[in-house]
Design a protein around this ligand. Structure first.
Ligand code: WT7
Length: 628
């Protein structure tokens, strides 16, 4: 199969194109733009509903209610719908542990595990609408717990297992979860990652928690608090854990999950997603963007502690009845070809990962790739941060062997689903996420909200509601309005800057708020700063993102010490470790600089953009609000 490189575009081969679900983007985009409600309702009809919706969309700006009056259940659609067909004996999940253990689940087997755990949750008093926190490594139970909660109408709220005590505690307390599901640890990079002690420390100040359910994964010794802590495998052995459990009939607009994400203030935002709209959005983007078919084996390398895992490890592939792959460990354990060996051994056809991972694997050279047979791959995907053309070309040539188009998908925790992305039929420009998904309208605007000219930088906005859009910020609708719908009235402000070129392709530049993307992970400056000032030596702190060729950004912090403390290498190390302990290793600052003062506005806000400009040797811009 040949690929034409015509000027700046990369085209899919005719052979690939002839078999695609969507062969003509413009046509379908046009139709969706003219008839959005019929477009989305035709798609929704491909899924199962206990009762059809009365209204596709109720748009009470800025609150959207999709498929109003409809009754469904996403876990029913992800599992039961397939179990009722020949797919019952098809693989739903292929899981590989870092220690090379492999577990597979057919749709029927996965459904039974989910039903059993759903019955356990019920027996423990979890009811429709209750929150269940999940703090697990990448093991099948992570997916089982999510689907079990969804099946009984409970709201799952995952916390990435790379987060630590303070981050976990804040999230559990905001959600007021009854239960937290965790493990005795996970394997990563040849080490056991302890989780239970972090849960113990966090939960000691979480009054809503009645039970901690612990999955045995590593066999590490853990403290079990009598009356509170229970082993997962013991609960699943009880007669109550029956493999039969009917799905709760949910309103399409009932909440499915809360996922916390960093914003501009210290308190993480609980992004709320629904059963119905989220289901429709993840189903169709998975189907069209990855051209997912019956015979596909889909591997998204993300952890389900992040939205990418929710939408494209768990829900999207299962809603489509495909096989999803989950890998527990590090990409380079025990050798740098681990990922390529997984692609080879499990015949992966769709591979979705992050630019930072591509850049780091690129460094090991292509011989690690070439020793593996990657000929099953058909479609590649990238997400989390802009992909630089060099990494794009390596991914395209070395991993995709110039055969597989790369879907550079721009979206967010808040959007739930892909928003700006090519489809496999789209001519590609390396580094551009290309165009909005059908049914979605985006623009790049200036400070006044007016469209900018091609080539000019502006703010990325979404102009119409979409099915998987967040419903609100949990318990804080004001913040939802304020955060997303107030900067440019009438449209959703994403927090990113971007450019649009003459061909209408969008090029994402980066965050314009106090969010730092480190290796694709989203962190708030305020969270890092609040972790720092919780250390006795720190009076004030400011965090910025500093460009890094591998991770996209690294965290640099400026610290003012309290009276009586002296700057030292030792103290700098202690502060880095402190942030690591409080928030997690991903939030550990790479650089610390001790300073006497910080640039502030007259109202006392730290001007991080000034620090950043100084650090990068760029012009500092407008300083009229700087205090003397
Ligand atoms: C932010 C959202 C949603 C999946 C994972 C991240 C950045 C995401 C791209 C891309 C350039 C991207 C944006 C966005 N981002 N995908 N393809 N090209 N930037 O979800 O943690 O909510 O982060 O990630 O800055 O706003 P998230």
């Amino acid at each position: 199969m040949s690929t034409n490189h015509n000027g700046e575009f990369f085209y899919p081969s005719e052979e690939l194109k002839s078999k695609l679900h969507v062969k003509n983007y413009d046509e379908i985009y046009q139709y969706a733009a003219e008839h959005p409600e019929s477009f989305w309702s035709v798609i929704a009809s491909e899924l199962s509903w206990f009762k059809p919706w009365d209204k596709v969309l109720e748009w009470e700006y800025p609150f959207a209610r999709w498929f109003v009056g409809g009754k469904t259940n996403i876990a029913y659609n992800a599992l039961d719908r397939h179990v009722n067909t020949w797919r019952r004996n098809k693989l739903a999940l292929i899981w590989e542990g870092e220690n090379a253990e492999v577990r597979t689940y057919t749709y029927l087997q996965l459904q039974r595990e989910v039903n059993r755990f759903a019955n356990v949750l019920k027996a423990m008093g979890v009811q429709k609408g209750d929150r269940v926190s999940i703090y697990l490594p990448r093991i099948p139970e992570q997916m089982i717990a999510m689907l079990a909660a969804a099946k009984i109408g409970a709201i799952h709220t995952l916390v990435y297992a790379g987060f630590s005590v303070e981050a976990l505690r804040d999230r559990i307390n905001d959600a007021e979860s009854k239960i937290v599901v965790t493990a005795d640890g996970g394997f990563y990079n040849g080490k056991v990652v302890p989780l239970k002690n972090i849960v113990d420390e966090a939960v000691s100040k979480c009054p809503s928690i009645i039970s901690v359910i612990v999955v045995k994964r590593t066999g590490a010794d853990v403290d079990m608090t009598p009356g509170r802590d229970l082993w997962y495998h013991e609960l699943m052995a009880l007669p109550i854990a029956s493999p039969k459990c009917d799905a709760e009939e949910m309103d399409a607009t009932d909440p499915l999950f809360i996922l916390y994400t960093s914003g501009t203030t210290g308190k993480p935002k609980g992004v709320v997603h629904s059963h119905g709209g989220y289901m429709v959005g993840t189903y169709i983007t998975t189907k069209w963007v990855f051209d997912m078919k019956e015979e596909d084996t889909h591997w998204c390398t993300a952890d389900s502690g992040w939205v990418t895992g929710h939408s494209y490890v768990v829900y999207g592939p299962l809603l489509n009845g495909a096989t999803t792959v989950m890998y527990e460990g590090a990409p380079t354990y025990p050798l740098p070809d681990r990922w390529w060996s997984i692609v080879e051994r499990h015949n992966v056809t769709i591979f979705y990962t992050a630019p930072t991972a591509i850049r780091s694997l690129m460094r090991y050279g292509s011989s690690w790739v070439n020793r593996r047979d990657l000929s099953t791959l058909r479609i590649l995907g990238s997400v989390g941060e802009p992909i630089n053309p060099e990494a794009w070309l390596w991914f395209y040539k070395i991993i995709g062997q110039e055969r597989c188009p790369i879907m550079d998908t721009w979206w967010q925790t808040e959007t739930g689903m892909h928003i700006i992305t090519p489809l496999p039929c789209t001519p590609l420009k390396p580094g551009s996420a290309s165009k909005p998904f059908p049914g979605i309208v985006v623009d790049v605007v200036d400070e006044e909200g007016e469209s900018v000219k091609p080539g000019e930088e502006g703010f990325l906005v979404i102009k119409t509601p979409w099915p998987a859009m967040l419903q609100t910020v949990y318990k804080d609708p004001e913040r939802y309005k304020q955060q997303y719908w107030s900067r440019f009235p009438g449209v959703y402000f994403a927090g990113d800057s971007a450019k649009k070129d003459e061909d209408g392709y969008i090029w994402i530049i980066g965050r314009v708020d106090d969010v730092i993307k480190v290796a694709g992970y989203r962190l708030g400056t305020a969270e890092i700063e609040s972790a720092l000032v919780s250390h006795p030596a720190v009076a004030e702190a400011a965090a910025i993102g500093k460009p890094d060729p591998l991770k996209g950004n690294i965290i640099k912090v400026f610290v003012i010490l309290k009276f009586g403390y002296e700057p030292s290498e030792k103290l700098a190390q202690e502060l880095k470790n402190h942030v690591g302990h409080e928030l997690g290793p991903i939030a550990k600052p790479a650089e610390i600089q001790f300073v006497e003062s910080l640039p502030k506005t007259r109202s006392g806000k730290i001007m991080r953009r000034v620090l950043r400009a100084q650090e990068l040797g760029q012009p500092v811009g407008d300083l009229s609000t700087l205090e003397e």
